[in-house]
Design a protein around this ligand. Structure first.
Ligand SMILES: C[S@@+](CC[C@H](N)C(=O)[O-])C[C@H]1O[C@@H](n2cnc3c(N)ncnc32)[C@H](O)[C@@H]1O
Length: 626
């Protein structure tokens, strides 16, 4: 109604198809009729009412142009195949009937049914069950949503065939074999108690014979052609014509129907019969059955055969009665035909809409198939890339294994729980390790150096993410230990790396240098590029009056006893760090506790003649009078 009004307002006219579905056949039946009371129609605003309804027999009928744009169909939202390519779905106050899982499924189904950008109208208490990936909120109060273009409803959940409940079951379909013989015998007995000497036939609503009781062949005959248990086909003479409307009346709710005094012929004899039809409602049977009781009319009191006894007027009256009865039958047949026709039309509409749905489902499947194909191609590419990466990884692994085996540096990799992950062969010089120790806590492994708790240091590194350096020595070597966090490529900390660098030779050289200085008679001071004192020999320490370890690290220009900052001395040092040895033109006068003041000549010697690598300079003092 609203859509038609809007089309008129916008002066547009395009084909409009509305699929109106519900699980409830009765509701659909009412809707199909489109017949409303005056009170109901009063609730519709005036501007729509006149165009949408027309008065018929004190009621109002939906206008034909509206009715023609609607196809009614019985559909269970949860289990029947969905519609598709819809521009609008209005589903108000239905989701509340469903469990939350079914609600999610139905929302996904709506996303499937709607074209991208189309709208979904829900009821006040309905929600899209958190499926924000499928729908975008347009109006919160009105509960209007827009189907996202990117929505990917999971179509594997959807039913592709109608469910058993809503599949169009043939009306009253029931296999004759399904009837319980015992209960039918019981029914027959009851009927026969009332109608002694009668033949009884039980039929279903369409007239299909389910059971005989007594000799029914007097009233029925076997039809020729295809075997059929249709009572209307088997009834003798004109009885079939009278039976049809009577059967309809009884199945439509009449308590009893009678056909009186029907003339019948059998084996050349004519006799008359009364027929009574009674509805039966056996327990557990979901459609009415009908008992048809045939009784032969007792004609023993008649004086002469029926036909010969009738006078001319009587014959005319008889014929008129038959004509009137035939007219009634014809009218009933016509009405029945009309009803069947309506039903066929409705069924046809359903089949058509089903067909359209199947077609669009088929198209969707085609699209999905193409999408799957392209996904497959992408997967093949990704797979190739992956196997290249695996090859690269293999090579890197080999390189790494060779590097670890060949390196002269001892390295131990620990995980976050201080368990050994990996170690180089050189690490066995520092720990009592065997290859099977990978995976064991480092605490369980005895170490060959003392004085340093490697586990505490490693835990500290894990906690503060810093680097810790220590010097340790075993019985025959010195090592510089460096502990640092183990960082993955994506910058996660997954443990600690302990690197042990053999610095034995360096230590030996250092000791040698110190010893050499000490055995020199003249005072000697070693100065680094920062002009800090790195080392002094005993003679210099005593001359300047410093205690042990007191002088190392002190600024050369601030040493005691003299002005070590004089320009001539500074120049001499600068020159020495440029690789040129030399002697100061000035003497230094230094008072020592045991010798008194002595004048010294100062000589500077760079550690090497190469200006680029002069790491330190040795300043020696020689008494002037020597
Ligand atoms: C409260 S009425 C809402 C009617 C209408 N949409 C409105 O807002 O006024 C709920 C309707 O949903 C139907 N229904 C319930 N479960 C259904 C299902 N699984 N599939 C289709 N219809 C269903 C009922 O038969 C009933 O007609």
């Amino acid at each position: 109604m609203l859509l038609h009004a809007e089309m008129r307002k916008q002066q547009k006219n395009f084909p409009l198809q509305i699929f109106a579905s519900d699980i409830d056949e009765n509701a659909l039946e009412k809707a199909r009729l489109g017949r409303y009371s005056a009170e109901a129609v009063d609730a519709v605003p005036e501007q729509y009412r006149r165009d949408a309804f027309g008065p018929v027999d004190g009621h109002f009928l939906v206008a034909k142009h509206l009715r023609d744009s609607i196809v009614f169909s019985c559909q269970n939202l949860v289990s029947d195949p969905p519609f598709s390519r819809l521009d609008l779905v209005s589903c108000r106050n239905v989701l509340i009937y469903l469990q939350s899982e079914a609600q999610r499924k139905v929302i996904s189904l709506f996303a499937f049914a709607l074209v991208p950008g189309a709208h979904l109208f829900l009821g006040k208490s309905d929600s899209i069950s958190g499926r924000d990936d499928l729908f975008q909120l347009v109006d919160k109060d009105a509960r209007i949503f827009r189907r996202r273009a990117s929505a990917k409803p999971n179509i594997t959940d959807f039913p592709l065939a109608p469910s058993a409940e809503t599949r169009a079951a043939p009306r009253g379909a029931m296999a004759a074999g399904a009837i319980k013989p015992l209960s039918l015998a019981h029914i027959n007995q009851e009927v026969l108690l009332e109608h002694y000497k009668a033949a009884v036939v039980i039929v279903d609503a369409r007239g299909k014979i389910l059971h005989f009781f007594g000799d029914a062949t007097r009233f029925l005959q076997l039809p020729t052609g295809e075997a059929d248990l249709d009572i209307l086909a088997m009834a003798r003479d004109r009885l079939g014509l009278k039976l049809r409307p009577a059967l309809h009346r009884v199945t439509d709710g009449e308590a009893m129907a009678h056909i009186h005094d029907v003339p019948l012929r059998r084996n050349g004899d004519t006799f008359r019969a009364n027929v009574t039809l009674r509805p039966l409602h056996p327990e557990g049977w979901h459609e009415p059955l009908v008992a048809i009781i045939f009784e032969e009319v007792d004609s023993s009191g008649d004086e002469a055969p029926v036909n010969t006894e009738l006078g001319r007027d009587e014959v005319v009256r008889e014929l008129e009665r038959e004509l009137a009865a035939t007219k009634n039958e014809l009218q009933a047949t016509y009405e029945q035909f009309e009803t069947s026709n309506e039903e066929l039309k409705a069924a046809n509409e359903e089949v058509m809409s089903m067909n359209e749905e199947l077609q669009s489902a088929n198209e969707e499947l085609e699209t999905s198939k193409e999408e799957l194909q392209s996904i497959n191609e992408e997967l093949t590419t990704v797979n190739n890339q992956l196997s290249e990466k695996v090859d690269e990884l293999g090579t890197t692994n080999n390189d790494l294994a060779n590097l670890l085996n060949a390196t002269p540096v001892a390295v131990v990799f620990l995980d976050q729980n201080m368990r050994i992950k990996r170690f180089t062969p050189k690490a066995t010089d520092l720990f009592n390790l065997i290859p099977e120790d990978a995976g064991r806590p480092i605490e369980h492994i005895s170490q060959k150096f003392a004085g340093v708790n490697i586990v505490d240091d490693a835990r500290g590194v894990m906690a503060h993410l810093n680097t810790v350096e220590r010097e340790v020595h075993t019985q025959d070597a010195w090592y510089l230990v460096r502990l640092l966090p183990y960082r993955t490529i994506d910058n996660r900390i997954e443990g600690v790396v302990a690197v042990f660098q053999d610095v034995t030779m360096h230590k030996v050289r250092q000791r040698l240098a110190i010893t050499a200085l000490d055995i020199m008679r003249r005072p000697a001071i070693v100065v680094d590029r920062n002009r800090s004192v790195v080392q002094v020999n005993e003679s210099a320490r005593e001359m300047l009056g410093y205690g042990h370890r007191e002088i190392e690290g002190a600024a050369f220009h601030r040493l005691r006893g003299e002005d070590w900052n004089r320009p001539a001395l500074r120049r001499l040092l600068d020159q020495a760090f440029d690789g040129v040895a030399g002697e100061s033109p000035e003497t230094l006068r230094i008072a020592s506790p045991d010798q008194g003041e002595v004048a010294y000549r100062v000589r500077v010697t760079p550690s090497t003649g190469d200006a680029q690598s002069v790491w330190f300079v040795i300043v020696t003092l020689a008494p002037q009078d020597e």
